[in-house]
Write a protein that binds this ligand. Structure first.
Ligand code: UDP
Length: 481
């Protein structure tokens, strides 16, 4: 289907210029950046990806045709890497990059390379302020990729307002209060830095993301127009008068491989997972009835307590439904990176009905006809992957932007239910049954809405869809810099 301006053919890769991309080295940030890299390459740009030694891609397993990888061997200082605080790691990485000057050197050498296509800009993760400063010092424009949704982007820019209006700091009595300026959010959905053990770090991360956008030449968002129309409008109302366009190019995990670019021979993003996935999940799903299985995964970072693990396990057992549960190493707080021990008697109780794995091929799992629901921590990538496949969600957000996303799943898009409060096996059982119940009217409506949103997602990725058009405009913008 060819629409106006829908010529996505690579015009001699690199003939149009080069971009350099720099993801934050965590799974949920690496994947969308590499997917964007694939999409830009498919539009004829030469692409270089910078990566740290911390969580570096494994060249043996990561095939990214046409992408050029350059290591900037700044590590998170050992003392910081050992801490379980992900936010501290981000600050540590920025400090290491600023001190070593290696990002600056890598960018300077790309700018100098006379026989290479012209380097137009650096696209960086919104938290990598040190890399933005290095680029600014060399006169290289920067674009910021926001790996969360537009609602989260808007929320993170609203913290001054939330304090001014008295929503924050949150108190026991205002937790349920709706935020009139940001519906359907409530105070309990906010990421409240003052509640963190180290509140300065939380506030700093919010400030970083705001500052990098303000100093950039464009914002790139992994969302699409039909999913967050009002949120995108508000963002543009604020940014466009400052000369910062906002491009909604999501869902990135399907952008580079969707019909238009792959059929014209563009590079796909390839494998973006840092861990190798257990293929036996798919064989197991093949043996299950359509729409019957609950897929359970809390992403790559969040942790649960040992008590919560017990409640999840016995809740799943008690629900009587088939399930595929990702219990990754490091999932249980304070238990190190060992294989997680499941409660005694659990495996026998769910034999033949439950499968546990360390890491699943998630996109394939969500696309499998046997999967009828997804119990997720509401990480943004997981949410988009579920939306794309039309799988209803049981949301159990834990931290940061996940809280707002969980609220949107239940109250804005109405494609799932939110599991709030203390995790308790009886509540888990009820929620799982409700989500997967054939006859339940509420559950049927949720399934219908998820299907409707799936259609809209796919439309945004067609060759004349809003996300493909946004990438065309993004490339024009890059070439105009
Ligand atoms: N993922 C996966 N296999 C698993 C669990 C997760 O491939 O067993 C992938 C998932 O597809 C998603 C990413 O890990 O792309 C998690 O990103 P998300 O933003 O949802 O959460 P985060 O890990 O950043 O908290």
């Amino acid at each position: 289907m060819a629409g106006e301006g829908a010529d996505h053919r690579p015009r001699g890769v690199g003939g149009r210029g080069r971009v350099v991309l720099f993801p934050l080295p965590f799974q949920g940030h690496i994947s969308p950046m590499l997917q964007l890299a694939g999409a830009l390459h498919a539009r004829g740009l030469a692409v270089t990806v910078l990566h740290t030694s911390f969580n570096a891609p494994d060249p043996g397993r990561h095939h990214h045709p046409g992408l050029n990888f350059v290591a900037v061997p700044d590590a998170v200082p050992e003392s910081v890497a050992a801490s379980s605080n992900g936010l501290a790691k981000i600050l540590g990485l920025n400090a290491a990059m600023a001190a070593s000057g290696r990002v600056r050197d890598a960018l300077a050498s790309l700018l100098r390379a006379a026989d290479e296509p012209r380097l137009a800009c650096l696209v960086l993760d919104s938290t990598l302020t040190a890399a933005q400063k290095a680029a600014a010092g060399l006169g290289l424009p920067t674009l910021v990729l926001h790996t969360g949704g537009a609602a989260c982007f808007r929320l993170f820019r609203s913290y001054a307002m939330l304090h001014d209006k008295g929503y924050l700091p949150a108190t026991e009595s205002n937790l349920r209060a709706p935020i009139e300026e940001l519906p359907p959010l409530r105070v309990s959905d906010l990421f409240d830095p003052s509640k963190l053990p180290n509140k300065e770090i939380g506030q700093k991360i919010l400030d970083l993301a705001t500052e990098t956008t303000t100093n950039s030449s464009a914002a790139i968002l992994n969302t699409f127009e039909a999913l967050e129309p009002h949120e995108l409008e508000t963002i543009r109302d604020e940014l466009v008068p400052r000369g910062i366009p906002a491009f909604a190019v999501g869902p990135l995990h399907k952008l580079a491989t969707s019909s238009s670019s792959s059929s014209t021979g563009g590079a796909s993003a390839g494998e973006t997972s840092l861990l190798s996935a257990d293929r036996s999940c798919i064989e197991w799903l093949d043996t299950q009835a359509p729409g019957s299985v609950l897929y359970v995964s809390f992403g790559s970072v969040v942790k649960v307590t040992r008590d919560e693990l017990e409640e999840i396990a016995w809740g799943l057992a008690g629900s009587g439904r088939p399930f595929l549960w990702v219990v990754r190493r490091g999932l249980v707080a304070g238990a190190g990176e060992e294989l997680v021990e499941l409660p005694e008697g659990f495996e026998a109780a769910v034999e033949g009905r439950g499968k546990v794995t360390e890491w699943a091929p998630q996109q394939e799992v969500l696309a499998h006809p046997a999967v009828g629901g997804f119990w997720t921590h509401s990480g943004w990538n997981s949410t988009l992957e579920s939306v794309y496949e039309g799988v209803p969600m049981l949301s159990r957000p834990i931290f940061g932007d996940q809280l707002a996303t969980g609220r949107y799943v239940q109250d804005a898009w109405r494609i799932g239910v939110l599991l709030e409060g203390v995790l308790e096996r009886g509540e888990v059982e009820k929620a799982v049954r409700k989500l997967l119940m054939e006859e339940d009217e509420g559950a049927a409506e949720i399934r219908e809405r998820a299907k409707g949103l799936k259609e809209k997602t796919r439309m945004s990725l067609e060759s004349n869809g809003s996300s493909q058009q946004a990438v065309d405009k993004l490339v024009d913008h890059i070439l105009s810099l």
